[in-house]
Design a protein around this ligand. Structure first.
Ligand code: PMP
Length: 392
């Protein structure tokens, strides 16, 4: 049996077609897109092409796309960029986020608190969804930024982005001090493959995406920044990306991101159908394992994520034993491997430690097939049985 990769939410393989698009820009077309001569201008044309594709995908102007080194940077730029703008002007501000964000949002928020900014953390329900009423409860007159992810990376729960955007619109119309912004940032990293990312429809001011989660290269990302929003750069020293993200552009990475979004758009509906079928088959088989439960609500979840907990079996041990059988999954606390802390997402969903410690995330992708399901289930059942027989 060839190895099974069920960890596509951590990263995806580079699509061969993306690599083919990138290769010239790693070899003979090595120009700096900022150079005036024709070598540089050919690189600039490639960047412009990718910017157009990304803008088409998000339904925004190409000038509203800022290329970054990945989603972590995009999230930092959106949050710190807005905070820096207002702090520099001595304005008292407040931010809102949710308790289930990726660390590249949560940790930035904690850092902002250390710098004197007030931050509120919205609760989620027990399926991992932020309620719009919860956001409404937290809004203050001085709130300038609300950051809520489109879909969660651990449990795949889809958030009510359009509803939150409409709440923000109402709140803005009601505000007395019209000069104080109220922006909406959405980390769409996990959603890009499967959900509509039309920023006009979603009603967001910032949207974060990452190349390596969509079969593109690592180290490239983008941030949609709506025209006219008030934001400061994090770095200085160049005119690139409208001076909001200076530095020589990663031409090959940008070309790869452009090709990756083009393929996502073209192949999305077929991909979703295929993944739903595999997901159903896996969930059907998992539901027959005793003392197992799913985290999150399959009705409001990405088609590629299954998060399951096994009682009396430890997530890290399951991961390691599956790895020995050639199967890659991750634990519920995907980002805090090595720590015994239960996942912050599962804790926010009020899942008891006896369950959250035994949680496993299975994340499917383009390269998976239904043929892998039987072998996976057979191995997983054997692993659970073994671990339970060893448990005190
Ligand atoms: N946000 C979410 C929701 C993610 O899943 C990830 C990657 N795990 C990131 C941000 C960070 O992305 P990058 O690796 O591109 O910095």
């Amino acid at each position: 049996m060839k190895p099974i990769y069920f960890d596509n939410s951590a990263t995806t393989p580079l699509d061969r077609r993306v690599l083919a698009g990138m290769t010239p820009y790693l070899t003979k077309e090595f120009g700096n897109s900022g150079s005036i001569h024709s070598v540089g201008q050919r690189a600039l044309a490639a960047v412009d092409g990718a910017r157009d594709k990304t803008a088409d995908f998000l339904n925004c102007d190409p000038q509203e796309i800022i290329f970054t080194a990945g989603a972590t940077e995009s999230n930092n730029l959106a949050i710190q960029g807005v905070v820096n703008y207002f702090q520099k002007r001595g304005t008292k501000i407040h931010l809102i986020t949710s308790k289930i964000e990726h660390p590249s949002v949560l940790e930035v928020m904690k850092e902002m608190e250390k710098r004197g900014v007030a931050v509120s953390y919205a609760n989620v329900d027990n399926s991992g969804v932020v309620k719009t009423t919860e956001i409404a409860r937290l809004i203050r007159p001085e709130t300038v930024l609300i950051s809520v992810m489109y879909a969660n990376n651990e449990v795949g729960s889809i958030q009510p982005i359009e509803e939150i955007a409409s709440l923000i619109k109402t709140e803005k119309a009601r505000r007395k001090t019209k000069d104080l912004a109220l922006y909406f940032h959405v980390d769409a990293v996990q959603a890009v493959n499967y959900l509509n990312c039309d920023v006009q429809k979603l009603g967001t001011d910032f949207l974060t995406m990452s190349g390596h989660k969509i079969y593109g290269p690592k180290g490239i990302g983008a941030l949609f920044v709506r025209r006219g929003v008030k934001i400061e750069p994090l770095y200085f020293g160049g005119h690139q990306e409208y001076a909001l993200r200076p530095g020589t552009l990663n031409v090959a990475g940008i070309v790869g991101l452009g090709k990756a979004v083009e393929l996502v758009e073209k192949e999305r509906s077929v991909a979703v159908l295929k993944l739903k079928k595999i997901k159903r088959a896996i969930m059907g088989a998992l539901s027959k394992i005793p003392e197992a439960r799913f985290n999150g609500d399959a009705e409001r979840q990405l088609p590629n994520i299954i998060n399951v907990s096994f009682r009396r079996a430890e997530g890290e041990s399951i991961l390691m034993m599956l790895d020995m059988a050639g199967i890659a999954v991750s634990t519920g606390s995907a980002c805090s491997s090595g720590s015994l802390e239960p996942s912050h997402v599962l804790s926010a969903m009020r899942i008891k430690p006896e369950w959250s410690h035994g949680s496993v995330r299975i994340s499917l992708g383009r390269c998976n097939s239904e043929a892998e399901v039987d072998y996976f289930i057979k191995k997983l059942k054997a692993v659970i049985l073994k671990l339970r027989s060893m448990a005190p």
